[in-house]
Design a protein around this ligand. Structure first.
Ligand SMILES: [Zn+2]
Length: 405
């Protein structure tokens, strides 16, 4: 019997199944899906065998906060990110990229909010003048919420993004959504079975969003340390949080992008656009209230309180890049107090569960064979995720060279 394409037997690697590390064993992939896991397996006729002794196989990584552009999904996949969750992009671009990704084995898979809900003149409308976004509709008040959400559903948005941003952490004041508008948007989205994620960078906005019933926060706030009131509300509402520490670092003058661009493993897989965005400084205005230390200390508290944490980068915001920055986010999550398995769960099983992606985020029979083979053992050194040997997208081996597209 011909096993078909996109089949492989990976032998001898330690495994991370989305939750915990398992002793070295075998993973059999048939026609793009995981077929079996066992301590010993034999390859069916015609299935190639990869000797992965000394390495570790991870589920394909999921970046829970990006903004896509042409080429972004290829940059992501080269660095082991097999699924990207876009938090604001032109729906025509998203449609084209999804179409392209479905038949391009060098591109990561994509889900997107499409156009996010923001106030007239609110963030990120200034990107229109810079030519980075096409003009898009905004939401002036609660009466417009239902029609706004219906339009996003019609465009194919996978979830709704609401934007609460007044410039406190950037030093550039902008108008923002009111509480009653956020409540109306959440109600309209939930009536359509859409998940709602909120852009909030201050604790006041995070509290407002959680109170309005959003499902998740697309950033951790960093204007002040988390209060007992916030922790109580977040636990009661069971929200998930995408800390985006690597972006918060760049936003508070501690950009890690230049160092990441020099990483011996990740550096060679970077294309010029990734390199450029890693070395950009975030444009912070005077009077900004932003301290990475608040977010770093909050991560451990959120985890102790049982809140779900999802790894995300906000790439390509200045100082970050698709793919590469997720490895830095994993490192920062560990520096903030997560164990390596908890950090890796934040980039695999946790985002898959939060966004209803039931076919990925783990390694189990029947799941999509999005897999990453790394040298060594990231259970003991999380930076080991960067030493990528091979990425498989639905069982298909992906190219790792930035020029081979
Ligand atoms: Zn963002």
């Amino acid at each position: 019997m011909d096993p078909g394409p996109d089949s492989v037997l990976i032998v001898g690697a330690k495994l991370f199944d989305g939750h915990r590390f398992l002793p070295p064993g075998c993973v059999l992939v048939l026609e793009g899906r995981v077929a079996a896991l066992d301590s010993r397996l034999t390859a069916p006729a015609g299935v190639p065998v990869v000797d992965a002794r000394g390495g570790t196989v991870l589920p394909g990584l999921i970046d829970a906060h990006v903004h896509v552009f042409p080429g972004a999904l290829q940059s992501a996949l080269r660095s082991g990110v097999t699924t990207e969750l876009d938090m604001f992009a032109d729906p025509a671009l998203v449609g084209a990229l999804v179409q392209q990704a479905s038949c391009d084995p060098s591109a990561a898979d994509l889900r997107s909010a499409g156009i996010g809900a923001t106030a007239p003149g609110g963030h990120p409308t200034r990107l229109i003048a810079q030519g980075l976004l096409s003009p898009f509709p905004t939401v002036a008040g609660p009466a417009q919420a239902e029609a706004f959400v219906a339009a996003r559903v019609a465009e194919g948005s996978d979830f709704l993004k609401v934007i609460l941003e007044d410039g406190t952490t950037t030093g550039h004041a902008v108008p923002t959504l009111t509480a009653d508008t956020v409540e109306a948007l959440v109600a309209a989205a939930h009536a359509q079975d859409l998940l709602v994620v909120a852009h909030t960078l201050t604790q006041a906005h995070a509290l407002l969003a959680v109170g309005a019933g959003v499902d998740g926060l697309a950033h951790l706030f960093f204007d002040e340390p988390p209060s007992a009131q916030f922790l109580d509300a977040a636990v009661r509402r069971n929200v998930f949080v995408v800390p985006t520490l690597t972006s918060l670092a760049a936003r508070s003058g501690h950009s890690r992008g230049r160092a990441l661009a020099e990483d011996p493993h990740l550096g060679s897989a970077l294309d010029p656009r990734q390199r450029a965005s890693l070395t950009l400084d975030f444009p912070v205005g005077p009077g900004a209230r932003a301290d990475l230390a608040h977010a770093m200390s909050a991560v451990a508290q959120l985890q102790r309180n049982g809140l779900r944490l999802l790894a995300g980068t906000d790439a390509p915001s200045p100082g970050t890049a698709h793919g590469a920055s997720l490895h830095d986010e994993l490192h920062l999550l560990v520096l903030a107090g997560l164990s390596p398995p908890a950090a890796l769960a934040a980039a695999t099983s946790a985002p898959a569960a939060a966004f209803g992606l039931t076919d990925r985020g783990g390694i189990a029979p029947g799941m999509r064979a999005d897999l990453v083979l790394v040298q060594g053992d990231p259970e003991h050194d999380i930076t080991g995720t960067r030493a990528i040997e091979q990425v498989w997208r639905a069982g298909h081996p992906a190219s790792r060279s930035p020029t081979a597209e």
